[in-house]
Design a protein around this ligand. Structure first.
Ligand code: C2E
Ligand code: CA
Ligand code: CA
Length: 558
């Protein structure tokens, strides 16, 4: 029997494929280099292969290749034998073999060619699978762009070339993605994420990377000369929202770091994360890393680590700052402000509130404060002290909770107090865009007798919308306005006068906070803002001291 299947040449040819081959193309090249070993025995005139695979997450363009593996120097005859195969991803591989010019294969040779074609198909199919597995490892399966592993491997390559200092590292988080997720169906919001990722990647220039690491978080390496333009580009990305060609504008926040020689990848990731945290805390779109941010981040991490223990140990105390009616110089309410006593020292709320807000643990603290407030009101009533309305600060983080109003009422009911003694101050509303939740909460509170107020009015760009859409009781003019009055500038006065008038015209009460001087108080009184709060009257006081004022129905001296 002289079948080629048992020939020495075929054995040599097959040996080539004992080594692993990483891609279909590499596989074709190997076949191409070695097929001469068996071409003559098989009377091959020509051998070609065509792969046609559809686009997929890992191959956005699909795969179409026509590879002439072998062409004998004396030309080839016809007709070819054709061997079509289907690939695992519903693609097609077509192998065509042509006889040498003038030759006709017999039946046995045709069978041998069938076996050869099948072997080549297996080997190349396997190589393509290996190629795909490698891609899967570095590709994010939701968006099809690089994943963290892909980012790390890209960095390794740049490092090998000693080119890290040519780049800025960037970590990006989509703004209000949870809101997009809630308001647009999840399936659609996944598509938005996918479109966003692909759109941004298309904007990369040359040797850059933008990878999705988790959720709506991305990491990138952008060439130094392109970083400014890239930041501008991602500040507002327009994505098609639906088939009616509506757009959703995707804004983002970014932490950026200018990579220096010797930085490890661990350092770089820590730096951009710290910068992003800083951007978030300061409500900025972009923050460039500075080393002081690392200290801040470590402090923040420490705060979140010990917070629940601090609550258990009752290290938080509630102080009460009087609100004063300046016509009568009497206390007409107060604001509850939390204080943290840690190792005998007081930590400012400005240090820990933003951390707790970003982690969502602020909700625990706000309810802790509300509980203490209701307890205090109850004890005033029990002791025959005439209560005033106490406002408790509630972060916007709460508004995600549909049962917020019920939870507040559970505390009120626990102490059996009249809801009119309570006010909820909604803090940090700038940039808040889920008006539906907010409006519903305020309406619920009103129906059940609890007052609400908008804190720090005038600091956020959305303040005016807040006023027309929401039925709060009181607007708290931010303390920066009182401070600006010190400059005695006519323009500031006009501004404040008009805000106060407008707020009154819209049917809300107004209170000015941060009042420190007689001049400020005098001006506010003159323009009809008769309720104020500030150091001119009292700093936030410990409970006992505040109670003394209440007991005496204290009057401030002019
Ligand atoms: P805020 O709600 O705007 O509270 C007013 C802040 O201004 C308080 O700072 C108060 O002590 C301070 N202040 C009062 N009068 C004056 C004055 O005449 N001049 C100046 N310069 N400042 C004055 P504090 O107590 O440090 O609180 C800072 C912020 O922390 C609060 O700002 C509020 O946003 C937040 N916060 C405090 N307690 C809570 C709480 O229980 N829950 C939540 N979510 N936030 C809280
Ligand atoms: Ca407040
Ligand atoms: Ca305020």
């Amino acid at each position: 029997m002289n079948s080629i299947l048992y020939s020495e040449n075929l054995r040599k040819f097959s040996n080539v494929f004992k080594q692993s081959v990483d891609s279909a193309l590499e596989c074709f090249e190997k076949v191409n280099e070695n097929i001469h070993l068996i071409a003559n025995d098989l009377h091959l005139g020509r051998f070609d292969i065509r792969i046609d695979a559809p686009a997929s997450l890992y191959d956005s363009e699909g795969y179409l290749i026509d590879y002439p593996i072998y062409c004998g120097k004396d030309g080839y005859g016809a007709p070819p034998m054709q061997f079509p195969y289907e690939t695992y991803e519903h693609g097609h591989i077509l192998i065509r073999v042509f006889p040498q010019k003038g030759y006709q294969w017999n039946e046995q040779e045709k069978e041998e060619l069938d076996t050869l074609a099948r072997n080549v198909f297996f080997i190349c199919g396997r190589a393509r699978l290996i190629e795909l597995l490698k891609k899967i490892r570095v590709t994010d399966n939701m968006t099809g762009i690089a994943n963290l592993q892909g980012f790390n491997e890209f960095v390794d390559e740049v490092k090998k070339r000693d080119e890290m200092p040519l780049y800025h590292a960037i970590c990006v988080n989509i703004k209000n993605f949870n809101y997009i997720n809630r308001t647009i169906a999840t399936k659609r919001s996944n598509e938005i994420l996918r479109e966003y990722a692909r759109y941004v990647v298309q904007h990369l220039r040359g040797d850059e990377i933008f990878a999705r690491t988790a959720g709506d978080n991305f990491l990138g390496l952008i060439r130094n000369e392109n970083i400014d333009e890239f930041l501008e580009f991602i500040s507002k990305v327009n994505i098609h929202a639906d088939t009616e060609s509506k757009f959703v504008q995707i804004g983002s926040r970014a932490g950026v770091y200018d990579i220096q020689i010797g930085d490890t990848i661990g350092d770089i990731k820590g730096y951009v994360e710290a910068a992003l945290n800083m951007a978030r805390g300061q409500n900025e779109d972009v923050a460039f890393f500075e080393h002081s941010m690392m200290e801040r981040m470590l402090k923040d991490k420490e705060i979140s680590a010990i917070f629940s223990m601090a609550i258990k140990r009752e290290q938080f105390e509630v102080y009460y700052q009087p609100k004063v009616n300046i016509n009568e110089q009497k206390i007409c309410g107060c604001e509850a402000l939390v204080r943290w006593f840690r190792n005998g020292k007081m930590v400012s709320p400005m240090e820990f509130i933003p951390v707790l807000e970003s982690e969502g643990t602020i909700c625990t603290l706000d309810f802790y404060v509300l509980d203490k407030v209701c307890q205090a009101i109850k004890s005033w009533i029990d002791r025959g002290i005439k209560p005033v309305r106490v406002s408790s600060n509630f972060s916007k983080v709460h508004l995600k909770n549909p049962a917020l109003a019920d939870r507040i009422f559970a505390v009120i009911d626990k102490y059996g107090i009249d809801p009119q003694y309570l006010e909820i101050e909604l803090t940090e509303m700038s940039g808040y865009d889920n008006y539906e939740n907010l409006a519903k909460f305020i309406k619920d509170m009103k129906e059940r007798g609890v007052h609400t107020s908008i804190d720090d009015f005038g600091t956020g760009y959305s303040s005016l919308n807040l006023l027309t859409d929401l039925d709060v009781d009181t607007v708290k003019l931010d303390k920066s306005y009182s401070i600006r009055l010190d400059d005695n500038e006519e323009k500031t006065k006009i501004l404040i006068r008009n805000i106060v008038n407008m707020v009154h015209d819209l049917g809300f009460k107004v209170i000015a906070e941060g009042v420190e001087t007689d001049e400020q108080a005098e001006f506010l009184k003159e323009i009809g803002c008769s309720t104020v709060q500030g150091y001119l009257y009292d700093k936030p006081l410990p409970l006992e001291e505040f109670e003394k004022r209440l007991e005496k129905e204290f009057t401030y001296q002019k």
